[in-house]
Design a protein around this ligand. Structure first.
Ligand code: C2E
Ligand code: MG
Ligand code: MG
Length: 690
């Protein structure tokens, strides 16, 4: 106490008991209060304190047990009635014997300006200066608070807002009146991952500080990004007094960042992704393709003779052309594909989710076709072609760089081949694609030029080896390629949809032939015609059949339609309705290649099938493979019990024919009895009409 006392000779010193009555007072204090120190002894301190400050005075005594040291301001009451602002500094005193509180000792500092003070020996002005300095510090803090361009929000320990500054109102639209007393809306929790706020509070509790980016909501509901920094303010006993949150609006910076990001990842002229973004997307696509077991094709497109256009029509025309190309590329590809510009007149396209590599060439054809459409350039209409190189993941490489390199090599080949064409990196894919495209183009003309013919293969009754009918099998007599079997062109025709028209032709031609044979007396000859699943799905099958029968006046009971199992397995209402109508017209239904598909018994009944044709793979293996034998036997027995006729396909030897007879098979077809042959050759095989 005395050390403190000596260190502060200008402050009034006092000691009070536990009831707050003076038991010691020095001269300085006496002078301050306007009476002798002795006169103070025994009197309650409250007598010398302005009524407005009494609560503050009592507090330290009441709270003595929780706080050993207090600093507080109060207004002293001079004996002459004047009011003196003062700073009080107390220390709790305790009984040495049992540690119970005996009272308090302290100093009182006069806060009046030195000019207002009575002269006093030894009064050191620097102390007053220190207090003033403290005051101006407070004032400075208050100014910083109100003038700050960052929004500041101060809460109590319960996170209820005590005060906000002007910037807060400007930024959020909330006035102080609206938020003071409410729980602080620090962040827009709905725009954060669940648990974000908890993590924030958790870190705040551990370190007394948090800062980072967060989303907040303005008064008008708009969400904006903010840079938020929250601190905890604690008292001497480490209890939480306040939270102070400061934040600034990041919207503009974000927008600038996004723009910078866009520029870094896109081409300025066309606004297409650039190579960096493409690489990103490509790597994602590769990872997905590995999981889904699909392919990804990388196309490198290079405009043909772009330099000439640039040189002759000028750069603005060149730029316009590149933009047109970009738009067209975007419009011909799916949203999941990525179109990108590599700079110059080179574009890269990433085609994803490709199941079959045969699907790639038609897509590339379509893209090239769209790009080659005429466009208006510097007032002239012109059409610009491009050359395309293709590399396919995973065949031609499994990483972006390898694929680009290979697509580039393929593109070079396309240029070498005279431009306006595409080339795969893989030789095999090139050949396949070229062949398919060649066939597709030729097929379109084949119908008009009447290049298709039907050959007929005898259907034999195994009981007496008589010819009971014929299966019509299509052939394409191509002037350049020679006679083509259906395996070469039917899949291409199915891909392009051309099979529907070709199928109509087959039906018309088969009916015409059936009628011709009927006319010369072969009245019971069955004619089997193959149908493609696509004719069920797309063509107006019932109408086509009706028309073909009406035009030829052939007997519907002698027309047998061969369909594969997968048509029926789809089992849609549409298929069922079609089958019913065909039945109603008197036609018969046979299941082709039985045993290679789902081989479900349920639909055989449901669709009232008349005949099963056991696939040649089982028949061929009959003599050597016991399993094949078992299957053929089972199919025959099952068909018998369902009262469905059975035909064995691909009978090549007398032995097999013999075995089938023993197994009770009704009919057979195969090279042993006769190959598919032209109509007149077939007619020669028929016995003379009765
Ligand atoms: P499919 O309907 O199963 O026709 C039987 C195929 O087996 C025919 O082949 C026939 O020549 C062949 N074949 C017959 N007997 C034997 C034999 O003993 N041994 C061997 N190894 N093969 C034999 P083709 O004419 O090449 O026809 C192949 C497939 O093309 C047909 O199989 C059929 O699915 C389809 N097809 C043929 N013509 C048409 C048609 O007009 N329209 C449709 N949509 N498809 C057709
Ligand atoms: Mg067939
Ligand atoms: Mg077959």
């Amino acid at each position: 106490m005395f050390r403190e006392l000596l260190a502060r000779p200008t402050d009034g010193f006092f000691v009070v008991d536990a009831q707050g009555c003076f038991i010691e007072a020095d001269d300085t204090l006496g002078q301050l209060l306007g009476c002798s120190p002795d006169a103070l002894i025994g009197r309650p301190t409250t007598d010398f304190v302005h009524p407005a400050s009494r609560a503050a005075l009592c507090q330290p005594i009441n709270c003595i047990s929780t706080s050993e040291r207090r600093n507080y301001r109060l207004e002293l009451l001079h004996q002459d009635g004047s009011v003196i602002p003062a700073l009080v500094n107390t220390i709790t005193t305790r009984n040495a014997a049992d540690g119970t509180i005996s009272g308090a000792a302290g100093f009182i500092t006069d806060l009046r300006d030195s000019r207002d003070k009575p002269p006093h020996a030894g009064y050191v002005t620097s102390d007053i200066e220190a207090t003033r300095h403290h005051h101006s510090q407070l004032q400075l803090a208050a100014t910083v608070f109100s003038e700050s361009r960052d929004a500041i929000l101060i809460t109590d320990s319960q996170r209820r807002v005590i005060s906000v500054n002007r910037a807060f109102t400007a930024l959020t639209g909330y006035s102080a009146d609206e938020v003071v007393g409410t729980e602080a809306p620090l962040i827009a929790a709905s725009h954060h991952a669940p648990g974000f706020l908890d993590q924030l509070l958790d870190e705040l509790a551990r370190t007394d500080h948090w800062n980072g980016e967060a989303w907040s909501r303005r008064r008008n509901g708009a969400i904006f990004p903010q840079w938020l920094s929250v601190s905890t303010v604690r008292d001497d006993q480490a209890g939480i007094l306040h939270y102070v949150a400061m934040f600034s609006d990041l919207s503009e910076r974000k927008a600038a960042e996004e723009r910078a990001d866009f520029l870094a990842r896109h081409d300025l002229l066309t606004r297409l992704p650039n190579r960096f973004l493409l690489r990103d997307r490509a790597e994602q696509a590769f990872a997905h393709a590995v999981r889904a077991e699909t392919r990804v094709a990388l196309l490198l497109l290079d405009l043909d003779h772009f330099k000439q256009i640039n040189d002759s029509l000028g750069h603005p025309a060149g730029d316009a052309l590149l933009q047109t190309f970009a738009d067209r590329l975007r419009s011909t590809t799916r949203d999941t594909d990525t179109v990108s510009r590599q700079g110059g007149d080179e574009f890269l396209v990433l085609l994803t989710d490709i199941r079959d590599s045969d699907d790639i060439a038609p897509i590339v054809e379509k893209i090239m076709h769209t790009l080659a459409r005429p466009c208006l350039l510097a007032g002239q209409e012109m059409s610009v072609s491009c050359s395309v190189g293709l590399a396919v993941h995973p065949e031609d490489g499994t990483d972006f760089d390898t694929l680009i390199r290979n697509a580039d090599a393929a593109m070079y080949n396309a240029k070498e081949a005279g431009r306006n064409t595409f080339r795969f990196y893989s030789q095999q894919m090139n050949e396949d694609a070229v062949q398919r495209l060649d066939i597709q183009n030729r097929l379109r003309r084949a119908l008009e030029r009447n290049e298709f013919v039907l050959h007929y293969q005898p259907l034999i009754d195994l009981g007496d080896s008589r010819i009971v009918g014929a299966e019509a099998l299509i052939r394409w007599n191509c002037p350049d390629l020679g006679m083509q079997p259906p395996g070469v062109f039917i899949p291409v025709a199915e891909d392009s949809g051309l099979i529907v028209e070709i199928g109509e032709w087959v039906l018309r031609e088969a009916c015409r032939q059936a009628r011709a044979w009927q006319d010369v007396g072969h009245r019971d000859l069955v004619l089997a015609v193959n149908l493609s699943p696509l004719q069920f799905a797309r063509g107006n099958l019932v109408e086509t059949v009706r028309q073909a029968l009406a035009d030829s006046d052939a007997n519907p009971a002698l027309l047998e339609l061969e369909i594969t199992e997968n048509v029926l397995v789809k089992d849609t209402e549409q298929v069922l309705a079609t089958v019913r109508q065909l039945h109603a017209m008197g036609l018969r239904l046979a299941i082709d290649d039985f045993g290679t598909g789902y081989s479900s018994l349920a639909y055989l009944r449901r669709f009232a099938v008349e005949k099963l044709k056991i696939d040649q793979s089982f028949v061929r293996d009959l003599p050597t493979d016991p399993d094949a034998g078992a299957i053929v036997r089972a199919v025959i027995q099952m068909a018998k019990s369902l009262k469905i006729a059975v035909l064995a396909e691909g009978v090549e030897t007398a032995d097999i024919a013999h075995d089938l007879r023993l197994l009770g098979c009704d009919y057979a077809q195969g090279y042993y009895f006769g190959r598919p042959m032209p109509a007149d050759a077939f007619a020669e095989r028929l016995p003379p009409p009765r």
